[in-house]
Each structure stands twice: as C-alpha cells, then as structure tokens.
Design a binder for this molecule. Structure first.
Ligand code: KG4
Ligand code: ZN
Length: 338
C-alpha cells in the first residue's frame, strides 16, 4: 500500500511516500525558516503563504522521487492539527482536493502523535507495550505511557514553555539565529556544562511535569543581571559555557523525569520523537542512562516536521479502520493526544 503523507502544521511543507507503513520511498521537506529568521520566530501569515507556493511542487517531487504516478497512491494522509490555523488549512484542503481529484481515500492524523509514531514505524516488530513515550518538540513536551498505538496516557507535560521553545528563546538571548536549537547545541559542544549552576523548574505535587521558563530566565539573568537591565558582555567562552549549562540542565531534567516515570510505570521500550531529538547530547544521555531499555529515537530525517511520519501513522490508522475521513473534518489548532 502506497501512502502519500502531507505535513503543513508550522513552517515546513512536507510530502512523503511510504510503502506499507514502513518503507520510505521519498520524504521531501521545504522549510520557510529563511523568512522567519528576521522575526526570531515563525510569522504565521508568511508561513501559510509559503505553504501555498510549496505544496504542489513538494507533492510532485515526492511522487517523482518515489517513481510513482497519482493512480498508484492508495491513501492520502495529512496532519489535521495541532498547529497554526493558516498553515494547517493549506495541507488539509490540499489533501481533500487530491482525494476528490484522484478518487482516493484520505485520513487526517494528529501531528504530535505522528512525532511519537516516527520512532515506532522504524522499530523492529513486534513492539512490546506498554512503553514510555516522550514528545520533545518546539510546541510540545509530553511524557506518555503508551499502551498501544493510539492509546496513550499523559503522565507529564510542561506547565509553561515547551523544551524546543526554551532552546529557541535561549538562542535568541544568545543572539543566535532561528530556529535556535541546533545553534545552542553547536555552541554547547564547546562549553563547560558545569560553569553556570542552573536548575530546571519543579512542579509542586507533579514530579513528572516540566517547567522551563525559570531556567530561561536564569539564562537572561546570567547575561543581564538580576534586574535584566545590565549588559554584562559575556566573553565568547562564557557564552559557550552558558549554552552548555542550559542544555545540560534542561536535558538532564528530561532524563531524570523519564527515569522516574520508568520506575513508576515499568516498561521495556522508550520511544522519543520531535525536533529536539536531533540533539546528540540527548541521544547520548538516554542511551547511557537506560542500558536495560530499548531506547528508540527516530532517524534524523524523521525528527523534525516531515510527511513520512504522517504517512506512517495514516497507514496504521487506516489499517485498523479503513474509512476515509469526512470532508467536513476541520483543521484543529489544538488536539490532545491523551
Ligand atoms: O518537531 P519540530 O519540528 O516542531 C514542532 O512540532 O514543534 O521541532 C522544532 C524544535 C525547535 O524548537 C528547534 O529549535 C528544536 O526542535 N531543535 C533542537 C535541535 N534541533 C531542532 N533543539 C535542541 N537541539 C537540537 N539539535
Ligand atoms: Zn512538529
């Protein structure tokens, strides 16, 4: 079964063809990050306009790279949310249009669930459930108990900033370009993670919840003093140390909470997904600290927003319930996965 997956929730237009839910034949992504750089974050209206321009060529390229014709596609999967409304509308309407034009079924899937599913679609089968799941992206920080695909219990989340958002905000403080995560990581590689004594937030009576806004403010204070008005002129090495200290504190906090969750909810496998999973330090920490678990990260091409994870999850859902989504299904800016 050939599934076309379409992703347009934020600033990446993605289209991919996946065979039988696992074999990625093509995975094309066009990012509009270049136009958001000057704003230090995604400018929603500009993102949706860029999706409009990119969607057709991206889908055509995905078909071409997979050497397939439209009539060979069996299912169209699209991210129905959560995300930016203007961006979501482009992908969703396009998928509905293709479904009508090609006379093929289509299915709307949850983008956050697809991030989590990215590692599952690449893991050796059968997957042993229950498993622990972590979604670490620009918009989400979730700790989940996975009972089965589609059956999740949320056991922890952030009470303020998402982890990727914290990386992006710290990057802005350090005057690094958007999206900041990879730049913070690059700087952190050259710094001493113990140089600045930072701590991540604890949430009263919720030991598995996260809070990163205080940590981000500590970075601000380190740069601008306690009233955030001084300009301390950190040396290049001090900036590297600050990036390293922030990264280590944030990632160790995630690791500690995952360890606690694994104690509370025994499981053999851990699945991680979302853009922050690009971070090599995160991968090293999890591999080292969970020697008795099967730790599954998606490959790098499946961590950031992409169509392949949408196609993979669409296939799985359609297999269990082979009906096309209704045409009045609307884009959803917020959808809980648990
Ligand atoms: O999953 P994603 O593409 O978007 C959402 O669905 O939100 O994740 C994007 C996020 C951004 O915040 C970006 O800075 C972060 O992932 N990110 C990283 C790294 N690469 C991307 N954060 C830390 N280290 C990285 N290497
Ligand atoms: Zn995403």
């Amino acid at each position: 079964m050939y599934v076309l997956g379409i992703e347009s929730t934020c600033d990446e237009t993605g289209a991919a063809i996946v065979k039988d839910g696992r074999k990625i034949l093509s995975n094309v992504v066009a990012s509009s990050a270049d136009i958001h750089v000057r704003y230090g974050g995604v400018f929603p209206e500009l993102a949706s306009r860029r999706h409009l321009e990119a969607i057709m060529p991206v889908v055509e390229e995905a078909l071409e790279k997979a050497s397939l014709l439209p009539e060979q596609i069996d299912l169209i999967a699209v991210a129905k949310g959560p995300g930016l409304i203007g961006s979501l509308l482009v992908g969703l309407q396009f998928a509905k249009g293709l479904s009508l034009a090609w006379n093929k079924p289509w299915i709307g899937v949850n983008h956050v669930e697809a991030h989590l599913y990215a590692a599952m679609m690449q893991a050796p089968e059968p997957i042993s459930f229950p498993a622990l799941g972590l979604v670490l992206s620009g918009g989400h920080t979730l700790l989940l108990k996975i009972n089965a695909v589609g059956d999740y219990e949320r056991i922890g989340t952030t009470v303020d900033d998402a982890i990727g958002e914290a990386f992006d905000k710290v990057a802005t403080l350090l005057k690094l370009p958007y999206p900041g995560g990879p730049h913070v990581e690059a700087l952190a590689k050259l710094g001493n993670p113990k140089a600045f004594p930072l701590t991540a937030g604890k949430v009263k009576k919720s030991p598995l919840d996260f809070s990163f806004s205080g940590l981000k403010t500590s970075v601000l204070y380190a740069m601008k003093g306690q009233n955030a008005t001084e300009d301390r002129h950190l040396t290049d090495q001090e900036k590297r140390d600050l990036a390293a200290s922030f990264q280590e504190t944030a990632l160790c906090d995630i690791l500690d909470k995952a360890k606690l969750a694994a104690k509370m909810f025994p499981c053999r496998s851990i699945f991680l997904g979302g853009g922050v999973c690009n971070n090599e330090r995160l991968r090293t920490l999890f591999a080292r600290e969970f020697p008795h678990h099967n730790v599954h990260f998606p490959t790098f091409e499946l961590t950031l927003d992409n169509g392949a994870m949408i196609a993979g999850l669409g296939y799985e859902k359609f297999l269990n319930n082979p009906v096309s989504s209704p045409f009045d299904l609307e884009a959803m800016t917020r959808i809980p996965i648990a």
